[in-house]
Design a protein. Structure first.
Length: 403
């Protein structure tokens, strides 16, 4: 008799598992709470759908930090190059951007998702939308379906429901108490790749919210990285802030606050900036001296005026040092619901090498449900696809052992 596998969650991890399982001849039914499949993937596609990264593999794998020992086997089996070949098999050509990030040539998620769903349909995968998992009913899985409650007892189940970011798209972490009730340790979710509150004065926020701070570097425990960020009404967000978000979040949890050191003039030496400032008349206003000596104005000039003390402004060497390492205070991360991704989730100690839960035989997990995090740059989607694939391989091995 054909084996029956249920997959709960229609994101990248669940879809990849469905592809691997159905191609092996397993009967797969994928359950999705939302009316349509892949909503978070489509949202990611609005900014270009960054699929993976082209940097050398050892650097790539290192981006996963403490989770490397557990994620590495799955990523070794589905590398960034493998991902690009897989996309190509769906008819989706990719290219490497100037930052090394890999995108579909169309810069959209919808063509990839359409091709993927077409492949899954051809392989016999059954999609059940508007089916929300509601936990367990004895040894069965309980769903709220359009035609009423439904219980199922498949031969194996993969749960790939994501973390707690973007709950309106389906990743609402409603599953956490159901697994905890079964003795599975789940670490609290924390925001990752997120913005931060900075407690701007009202006048500053009113004038500069939405302004981009471009061509700068920022330094934290994560290192010194180039990029750009945007001033929001509450604080700061954007790719450069996200790159420092894990280090900044951890510093706030440990010390109560964090500081990003922003170099507003990364193309100029400290000595040159100090000399240019020293040539300005001390009788001129600070904004004029800054503009004439450095060209800084607009939001960059406003940040300098806000964050540099008057006594420092009067001393060209000290002012130059402040402009090259402007201390940007971060008070707290924005809520997890706003984050691009999360840290936290199912503890790795609960997950076997085949991605099954040690305390719940026959139940497998993949994707952001598990406690790992990574920066933006294609790392998130790559690991979700790789763990979905690894979990599917684990299910196939488990089913083979039962025959």
């Amino acid at each position: 008799m054909q084996k029956q596998v249920a997959i709960i969650g229609g994101g990248p991890a669940g879809l990849m598992a469905a592809e691997v399982l159905s191609s092996a001849g397993v009967s797969v039914t994928l359950y999705e709470a939302m009316p349509t499949i892949g909503r978070k993937l489509l949202l990611a596609g609005k900014s270009g759908l960054n699929l993976t990264h082209s940097e050398d593999y050892e650097t790539f794998i290192g981006r996963y930090g403490a989770a490397v020992p557990r994620l590495k086997p799955a990523l070794d089996a589905f590398t960034p190059d493998d991902l690009r070949r897989w996309a190509g098999s769906l008819g989706i050509d990719t290219f490497v951007g100037s930052s090394g990030r890999v995108f579909p040539t169309s810069m959209k998620a919808s063509p990839l998702l359409r091709a993927w769903l077409k492949r899954l349909a051809a392989q016999g995968v059954q999609l059940e939308t508007r089916h929300r998992w509601c936990g367990f009913s004895g040894d069965a899985l309980l769903f709220a379906a359009p035609d009423g409650p439904k219980e199922i007892r498949p031969d194996a189940t993969l749960i790939a429901l994501g973390g707690a970011s973007y709950p309106r798209l389906g990743s609402d972490a409603a599953w956490v108490p159901w697994l905890r009730e079964r003795g599975v340790a789940v670490h609290a979710f924390r925001p990752a790749n997120c913005g931060f509150n900075a407690h701007w004065p009202e006048a500053f926020a009113e004038r500069h919210a939405g302004a981009w701070v471009k061509s700068v570097t920022a330094t934290s425990a994560a290192g010194t990285l180039p990029g750009e960020f945007v001033v929001s009404r509450n604080g700061v967000e954007g790719s450069l802030v996200y790159a420092h978000s894990a280090a900044s979040r951890d510093a706030i949890e440990r010390d109560g606050s964090a500081t990003l050191l922003v170099d507003l003039l990364p193309g100029r030496s400290l000595e040159r900036v100090a000399d240019d400032l020293a040539r300005q008349s001390p009788k001129s206003s600070f904004s004029n001296r800054l503009r004439k000596a450095t060209g800084l104005q607009g939001v960059k000039g406003a940040l300098a005026s806000l964050l540099i003390a008057p006594i420092t402004r009067a001393d060209p060497p000290a002012l130059a040092a402040a402009l090259k390492a402007l201390p940007l205070p971060l008070v707290s991360p924005r809520p997890v619901e706003e984050a691009i991704s999360v840290a936290g989730g199912i503890a790795w100690g609960e997950v076997d090498a085949d991605y099954s839960l040690t305390k719940l035989p026959g139940l497998f997990v993949a994707g952001e449900m598990i406690d790992w995090e990574a920066p933006t740059g294609g790392y998130l989607i790559t690991a979700c696809l790789a763990t979905g694939r690894a979990a599917a391989k684990g299910i196939l091995a488990r089913l083979a052992d039962k025959t």
